[in-house]
Design a protein around this ligand. Structure first.
Ligand code: 13P
Length: 249
């Protein structure tokens, strides 16, 4: 199982800024991308151009969201068939911002996972509890419910999970290494039970240069999904380097 460090650029940056960042990463992460998988998730409108910039590098480009139908009257959506037609085989599924602002529920995510399976797109399924759920001791119940509902009868062969506690996203509050480790161990055990294989579990939520080292030290943290700190070459590259160093790669 390979480790993964990924940048989710969300709805940030203009066309020229995105292409500059992609080019800087291509030039800065040559050695690192041989040791771990490095993924970037630009805004969909710039996806193809980022792919073109990254052509010839080992950094892979994915989509932040996709719909589950192959085609049809679904204004504004992007289909797996369209993604495959530009050789995009990587998708974030169920990011908490999609769940919260665009009302994506577990049932829809299940369809999206099935679409990924059909089209051989590697899904990174994002899960995580809200603050009130953590404070009332429901973290494991929530994670278990999100996982079992999304994976129900999907028989996925390939999957990555990103554990992103909602209260840690964009807030500057990171889960402590211990909180993250406990959640990751729980997720891995449950997913192994369902899929009968090990899947990588990434941590996301205010990952920064300052906390990357102590998070990467945890044994069940197989990588990061980074928001804000992935928008700058310096911080993203530093986090990648810190991760590689802590895992002795
Ligand atoms: P931040 O790193 O900005 O907290 O975002 C995390 C995230 O949502 C990545 O998908």
């Amino acid at each position: 199982m390979k480790y993964i460090v990924a940048g989710n650029w969300k709805m940030h940056l203009t066309h020229s800024e995105v292409l500059n960042l992609a080019l800087e990463l291509k030039e800065s992460l040559i050695e690192q991308s041989r040791k771990i998988d490095i993924f970037v998730f630009p805004p969909t409108i710039f996806l193809k151009d980022v792919q073109d910039v990254l052509f010839g590098s080992l950094i892979k480009t994915g989509v932040q969201n996709m719909y589950f139908q192959d085609e049809g009257a679904y204004t504004g959506e992007t289909s797996p068939l369209m993604l495959k037609s530009i050789n995009c085989s990587l998708a974030l599924i169920g990011h908490s911002e999609r769940r919260e602002y665009f009302k994506e529920d577990d049932e829809m995510l299940r369809y999206k996972l099935l679409a990924c399976k059909k089209w051989d797109i590697l899904p990174i399924l994002c899960i995580g509890e809200r603050l009130e759920e953590r404070e009332s001791g429901k973290t494991e119940d929530i994670l278990a419910s999100q996982i079992t509902k999304a994976l129900d009868k999907t028989e996925m062969e390939r999957l990555v999970i990103a554990y992103e506690p909602v209260w840690a996203i964009g807030t500057g509050k990171t889960a402590t290494p211990r909180q993250a480790q406990e959640a990751h161990a729980f997720i891995k055990k449950l997913v192994k039970h369902i899929m009968e294989k090990d899947v990588p579990v990434l941590y996301g939520g205010s990952v920064k240069v300052e906390n990357a080292k102590e998070l990467a030290r945890e044994k069940d943290i197989d990588g990061f999904l980074i928001g804000g700190a992935s928008l700058h070459k310096e911080s993203f590259v530093k986090i990648v380097n810190e991760f590689i160093r802590m895992k002795n790669l």
